[in-house]
Structures are given as structure tokens and as C-alpha cells.
Design a protein around this ligand. Structure first.
Ligand code: ZN
Length: 194
């Protein structure tokens, strides 16, 4: 399993590389990496286990953050449930964002990253409010990889964009601004059209 010591921190050039496409079906090495990324998030969601293993809580983690320059990441937004109580948890491989809304938003308290240890509390990161992506996702229960197209909005869309950026060597600190420098609307005040 990955521990905090395995997480590559800002300043390491691996985080700045454009990650390579993953071969489908996944080989054992890549699958183990993806599995451990997902496991990190699951453990981090449990306060007791997170304390026991001394890991920072996270809602997303990308392969380059553990030194694997591969286009895959895990996300798990358990604290965010939408009106349909969907748990946005995915093990994502070779994602492509194919559509993005012009409407921009940001998390009012800013973003954080397992690879960034400095304090960026005064800054926010403008993100597309809604995105549509195509990707392979791995299901750990059925042990199957399937290709999906999905639309995300609000919080899970922000998490997806943050992780997606990691695959292109981009960190949120590259995009952060002061609130008065952006015309984006803070999340939770964006009108929900459903
Ligand atoms: Zn990150």
C-alpha cells in the first residue's frame, strides 16, 4: 500500500511530465498501481485507519504522484453525495475530457493536493462547472475494465479536472488565483439546473 512517504512532493520533476497512455487490458504492474491508488483513498476516508497509517486524507490521487508516469488516477468523493446519492468513485484509465462548460466555478476554500505541502489557503482554482469525459474505468468488484462516457458537474467535476491535470504535469498551484482575480462563481452558489 502507498503511504505518505510514497507520495511524490512538489519540486520533483516526475510531477511535471506528460504521463504515458496505459495499455488496455492493464498488465499486472499497472493494475496493482491503480488498485493501490484506490486503496489509498479508501483508507484515507476512515479517520482511524488514516491516523494509524499516518496518511493525509484525499479525494483523488494520480499515478504520477506515486512516481508512475501513467495516465490513470483514482477519485472518491464520499463526502459529496448528489440528489441521487451517487458516490463518485472511479479508477480512471486514459481519460479524455471531451466537453467542458464555459461556466466556471471554484471551491470557496481552495484546493489541496497530496503532493503540495505549502499553504495556499488564500487562493482558489477556477474550474469548468461541468465536464464530459471518456475513459476506461476499472471495477474492482467485477475485475473488469469498461469504457464509459460520463458527465460530471460541481464537486466531482472539479476533482476530476484536478486529477486529469496531474496526467499532463499540471498542479493546481499553477492555476490558482485570488478570488478577486476570477469571474468564476464559487461552488454551491451555482444554479443547479436539475
Ligand atoms: Zn493533486
Amino acid at each position: 500500500m502507498y503511504l505518505d512517504k510514497d507520495i511524490i512532493k512538489e519540486g520533483n520533476p516526475i510531477l511535471r511530465e506528460k504521463a504515458k497512455e496505459v495499455k488496455i487490458p492493464l498488465n499486472n504492474h499497472d493494475l496493482l498501481c491503480l488498485e493501490q491508488l484506490f486503496q489509498y483513498l479508501i483508507i484515507s476516508e476512515n479517520d482511524e485507519l488514516a491516523k494509524q497509517y499516518n496518511i493525509r486524507p484525499g479525494v483523488g490521487i494520480a499515478a504520477p504522484q506515486v512516481g508512475e508516469s501513467l495516465r490513470m488516477f483514482a477519485m472518491s468523493c464520499v463526502d459529496f453525495l448528489d440528489e441521487k446519492q451517487t458516490k463518485y468513485a472511479y479508477a480512471v484509465i486514459n481519460p479524455k475530457i471531451v466537453e467542458a462548460s464555459t461556466e466556471m466555478t471554484y471551491l470557496p476554500d481552495g484546493e489541496g493536493c497530496l503532493s503540495v505541502v505549502r499553504d495556499t489557503i488564500e487562493y482558489v482554482v477556477p474550474r469548468h462547472y461541468q465536464i464530459k469525459f471518456k475513459a476506461y474505468v476499472y471495477d474492482f468488484f467485477t475485475k473488469k475494465t469498461k469504457f464509459i462516457t460520463k458527465t460530471l458537474k460541481g464537486y466531482p467535476a472539479i476533482v476530476f479536472q484536478h486529477e486529469y491535470d496531474h496526467l499532463d504535469g499540471i498542479l493546481y498551484v499553477d492555476k490558482m488565483l485570488h478570488k478577486d482575480e476570477t469571474s468564476a462563481i464559487p461552488l454551491y452558489t451555482v444554479k443547479n439546473d436539475e
